[in-house]
Design a protein around this ligand. Sequence first.
Ligand SMILES: Cc1cc2nc3c(=O)[nH]c(=O)nc-3n(C[C@H](O)[C@H](O)[C@H](O)COP(=O)(O)OP(=O)(O)OC[C@H]3O[C@@H](n4cnc5c(N)ncnc54)[C@H](O)[C@@H]3O)c2cc1C
Length: 477
Amino acid sequence: MIKSIVIAGGGTAGWMTAAALARVFGPSLNITLVESDEIGTIGVGEATIPAIARFNTMLRLDEDAFLRETQGTFKLGIEFRGWRERGHSYMHSFGAVGRDLAYLPFHHYWYQDRMQGGDAGELGDYDLNHAAAYAGRFARADDLVHAFHFDAGLYAAFLRRYAEAGGVTRIEGRIADVTVDGDIRSLRLADGREIAGDFFIDCTGFRALLIEGALKTGYEDWRHWLPCDRALAVPSARTGALLPYTRATAQVAGWTWRIPLQHRTGNGHVYCSAHTSDDEAHAALMGQLDGEALADPRPIRFTTGRRKKLWHRNCLAIGLSAGFIEPLESTSIHLIQSAIERFIMLFPRGPNHDRLAEDFNNSSIMEMENIRDFIILHYHVNGRYDETFWNSCRNMTVPDSLHHRIELFRETAALHIPTADIFRLPSWLQVLHGQGVEPQAVHPFTERVARDDRARFLRGQRHDCRERLKHLPSLAG
Ligand SMILES: Cc1cc2nc3c(=O)[nH]c(=O)nc-3n(C[C@H](O)[C@H](O)[C@H](O)COP(=O)(O)OP(=O)(O)OC[C@H]3O[C@@H](n4cnc5c(N)ncnc54)[C@H](O)[C@@H]3O)c2cc1C
């Protein structure tokens, strides 16, 4: 039986894992977490997607306390500026876009109306999340779907308190060596202490000390599709009213983020070092701050991709040690969460767990590849002509899975989303449309709805959305 788990690393991944395992297994599992204050954490990762509510529910967190402790804010979506072309912007909201009719998703009727010169308006007119985000309104309501922005450092500290109260033992020290005899047996700390366990979770971030350093599982590099490889992160003073959305603004060779928190604003620039210099990236980031910088920008380097195996022998990689996809759609914390949930579902009874590991790896890889494709879409379908970085993104060969999805939508408006994809139809629709992909035809079933009925159907929904918005309170108070 697996009686003891050792978690190496105490960033967001380490403490999320420790908190969840302590909550689910209680005293039946001995959980030790080793972290090094001297090394510290990456300290970014402040925007999430709505599935985080499931994690909070698993921990039975009180949402108000969570927001207070992490200086968190509500997030209704992400605004993309300048991605289709300079001056253009669109919202990828978390909400539903329109109501479906009979057998067909809403967007088929909407596109048909546009193709026939109707007055269907904009996609956002059918999306309460979109309207509320731009109007700065919010309430906890069934028809609004929210996630959070929070301070990454405060979040890890919050989870640490939770996990320690749940019985997790924290050891401070630097892991100097990993003892392996096929499986991992123990972690040796710089001061000579030896931490043994039945199963090890590698949460050591980009260092990947266990899964790569000790077990050499290998890495699949995705930079030919996602060539950004550096980031700068800087906090700035909060100015003005809180916006309930993240902003992602395309730059010459990458993009900048803006994440509103209660006590400050998080900012950063993800960029491609082959197309812009560190100094240019620095200038672009600092030129965009809307408040005084509270620190010097912190440089981060990364290689987009994934570990070839995320669970290998008696070691599971969670967090940055498992791989990295840039934070354009705020998916890393979600990947941590879903790895934890999957591990709990597949938790091994004893030392023979090859089949469980295989299942874990297959599901995790599918999930990561779907996210990868979604992120590539933002770069690939762009109208930023005469810019070398954006031209190379437009001209690159994308994965077959993504090529198929774009062409299927372009030819037929069909969006057939596999269940393994965290991003569902409204997400793909908003980004495809936002980036400028227009379908040439819609489903033939739409012909069965008379033109006037369709117009009434669309008008009614726009009206409902406007009316509903009026009843949402303003975040400005
Ligand atoms: C630029 C950027 C922006 C991001 N933005 C977002 C976002 O908006 N949303 C989102 O969901 N995610 C985002 N992420 C990802 C997010 O930051 C990470 O997924 C998350 O913080 C988890 O990191 P981690 O815990 O795996 O690694 P880390 O935070 O690096 O933690 C590693 C831990 O391992 C310990 N450690 C390492 N080596 C040793 C050693 N030898 N001995 C002892 N301990 C050791 C460290 O001390 C630390 O405790 C972003 C990432 C980057 C790079």
